[in-house]
Design a protein around this ligand. Structure first.
Ligand SMILES: Cc1ncc(COP(=O)(O)O)c(C=O)c1O
Length: 415
């Protein structure tokens, strides 16, 4: 089982990002962790080995990445998986038929699909609640509840769960508190510090940050829980391959730098969008107009680059999505490059339409993953793509004084 190097925990976040979990390689002293492309390890004699037997169980590249993320989250044990969904599926194997899970209602579409289309048929039951209101979480708990699972901020509606309050509710029920921290990254939010038992990520997103691999990672502090996860990790086998682990490990070295720039760009683009389409149509937790901004400030140290915008109709959304040139129309998020998508037809297509409508994931909602390009180019791109927007005046305010004012501030605003 991979355990952080305790001495790494004394360092600041940037130092951990670059060094935690990694020690010079013993053969030549390579400063970068090698990619251990091997399926098995030669044993010195029967029953004697260097601690490595077969690569599903352990791989040194994967271990370095697991230790690194565990240190970044402030936890003790990390487990790297082949995808975010593979990670969640393995976490859910901690439970058995008959167990009940309370789940935030606005989770990634694939999370809902896994629960609704697969795990429900294996005997787990789920209650979906608006976890912005901790009381609703408490009300959904039953004697069979074994876990409370939330995403915060949520994908794509940027809703926030009060981590400390929900941790207490879960623990009062002897249930595990599981948090998907993909949107915030450990640079801005560390759920274990608020009482979460398991924090997990799609490493495909901010942790890797370069859109060149798919992966997942879970971090826990409790040794017994880690032993159970370790068993599932090896027994179910959805482990990260060494090259993907290496790519993700290279990504985390710049996590702090990238997140600061995502945040700077996100704040400026959100401010511009407010002037362009109105605060009521812009979902960005860094805006003081976001209804949960104060809670976000209490449990996060920054807000990142994820913004959703209500444009009022599919036609208007398509107008913008089909005209962007610097933003790319694509699923996923968290890479250095800016992406734009329509959750209803893309990331959340697996959520039934009536459920999407009830949540507010409309056909006119678009999601921006603001990358780390020059923010002036990103805003100019949105500006040109919005020109001639059908029904101008219904949601968008048109190019007026507001957008000119926003453009004047580009490059000067600071978080
Ligand atoms: C918040 C969140 N969690 C989990 C996942 C699933 O991760 P993966 O695509 O790496 O399987 C995603 C994917 O978009 C996501 O956005």
């Amino acid at each position: 089982m991979t355990r952080v190097f305790d001495e790494d925990l004394a360092a600041g976040f940037g130092t951990r990002a670059i060094h935690a979990g990694q020690r010079p390689e013993p053969l030549a002293g390579a400063i970068m962790t090698p990619v251990y492309l091997t399926s098995t390890y030669v044993q010195e004699a029967l029953g004697q080995n260097k601690g490595y037997e077969y690569a599903r169980g352990k791989n040194p590249t994967r271990e370095a990445f697991e230790r690194n993320v565990a240190a970044l989250e402030g936890g003790r044990h990390g487990f790297a998986f082949s995808s975010g969904m593979g990670c969640l599926d393995s976490i859910m194997k901690l439970f058995k038929a008959g167990d009940h899970i309370v789940c935030g209602e606005n989770v990634y579409g694939g999370t809902f699909r896994l629960f609704d289309k697969i795990l429900q048929h294996l005997g787990l039951s789920f209650s979906y609640v608006d976890s912005r209101d901790s009381q609703r979480v408490a009300d959904a708990v039953t004697p069979l509840t074994r876990a409370v699972l939330v995403e915060t901020p949520t994908n794509p509606l940027m809703r926030i769960t009060d981590l400390a309050a929900v941790a207490e509710i879960a623990h009062r029920a002897n249930a595990l508190f599981v948090v998907d921290n993909t949107f915030a990254s450990p640079y801005f939010q560390r759920p274990l510090e608020f009482g979460a038992d398991i924090v997990y990520h799609s490493t495909t997103k901010y942790l890797n940050g370069h859109s060149d691999m798919v992966g997942g990672v879970a971090v826990v502090t409790d040794d017994r829980l880690a032993e159970r996860l370790q068993f599932i990790h090896n027994a179910a086998g959805a482990v990260a391959g060494p090259f993907d682990a290496w790519l993700a490990l290279r990504g985390t070295k710049t996590l702090h730098l990238r997140m600061r720039q995502h945040d700077t760009n996100g704040r400026q683009i959100a401010t511009w969008l407010v002037e362009r389409v109105g605060a009521e149509n812009v979902y960005y937790i860094g805006l003081p107009t976001h209804p949960q901004h104060d809670l976000a400030r209490r449990q996060m140290t920054g807000f990142g680059g994820m913004i959703s915008v209500e444009l009022g109709s599919r036609e208007r959304a398509a107008h913008l999505l089909n005209r962007v040139r610097v933003f790319s129309l694509a699923e996923s998020l968290g890479g250095v490059e800016s992406l734009i998508s329509q959750p209803a037809g893309m990331t959340h297509a697996s959520v039934p339409p009536e459920r999407r409508a009830a949540l507010g994931i409309t056909e006119g909602l678009i999601r921006l993953s603001c990358g780390v390009e020059d923010v002036g180019d990103l805003i100019a791109d949105l500006e040109q793509a919005m020109q001639g927007m059908p029904g101008e005046g219904r949601g968008a305010r048109g190019e007026g004084q507001g957008s000119r004012r926003a453009r004047d501030t580009i490059g000067t605003a600071r978080p």
